[in-house]
Design a protein around this ligand. Structure first.
Ligand code: SF4
Ligand code: SF4
Length: 164
């Protein structure tokens, strides 16, 4: 697929158009206080803020679908009854979907939307920071703009910090 895509170096006009579109864009404008966030997340694992946002969350997975840094995927396998053919399909998944942590045998490790939403934030702002020294979030705001429940990272993080 990539070999069929032709591209060229951007011209000065392209740069100007890009800068103009950035000025018009509402993306990358949110302010989030991330100082000591990993430590705060460690302390606030049992915070009632997770229940509050979890109750609002529709578990639709839209946030992960529009997120440029989400990469979690699911694998589905189907075997024909004659055992002569099988398909394995890999597709984008979302940690907010109800079956994200469901395993063989039917047990679901995260049946509550609050726990799924919480782990989304812990992956992006806690675990990834510990492993790679930066958050798995570029602050684009796409997830908040697309969320039907109007859940945005700045608001969630502020509430976990006790600022709302
Ligand atoms: S888009 Fe909003 S409602 Fe849907 S899963 Fe994400 S946080 Fe929940
Ligand atoms: S604000 Fe962060 S979590 Fe939301 S879509 Fe952008 S990169 Fe993903």
């Amino acid at each position: 697929m990539l070999s069929q895509i032709s591209c060229k170096e951007p011209s000065a006009k392209d740069h100007t158009l890009y800068k103009q579109s950035r000025k018009k864009s509402k993306l990358y404008t949110a302010k989030v206080d991330t100082s000591d966030l990993t430590k705060i997340l460690d302390l606030e694992f049992e915070s009632s803020a997770w229940d509050y946002w979890g109750e609002r969350c529709l578990s639709c997975g839209t946030c992960a679908n529009v997120c440029p840094t989400c990469y979690c995927y699911g694998v589905e396998e189907q075997v024909n009854l004659d055992l002569r053919q099988a398909d394995k399909t890999k597709s984008l998944h979302s940690c907010n979907l109800i079956d994200f942590a469901k395993v063989a045998g039917g047990h679901n490790f995260r049946p509550a939307s609050a726990s799924r939403l919480k782990y989304r934030y812990y992956h992006k702002h806690r675990g990834f920071v510990e492993a790679f020294e930066e958050a798995l979030c570029v602050g684009c705001g796409r997830c908040g703009a697309a969320c039907l429940a109007e859940i945005t990272p700045p608001e969630v993080i502020a509430s976990v910090r006790g600022k709302e």
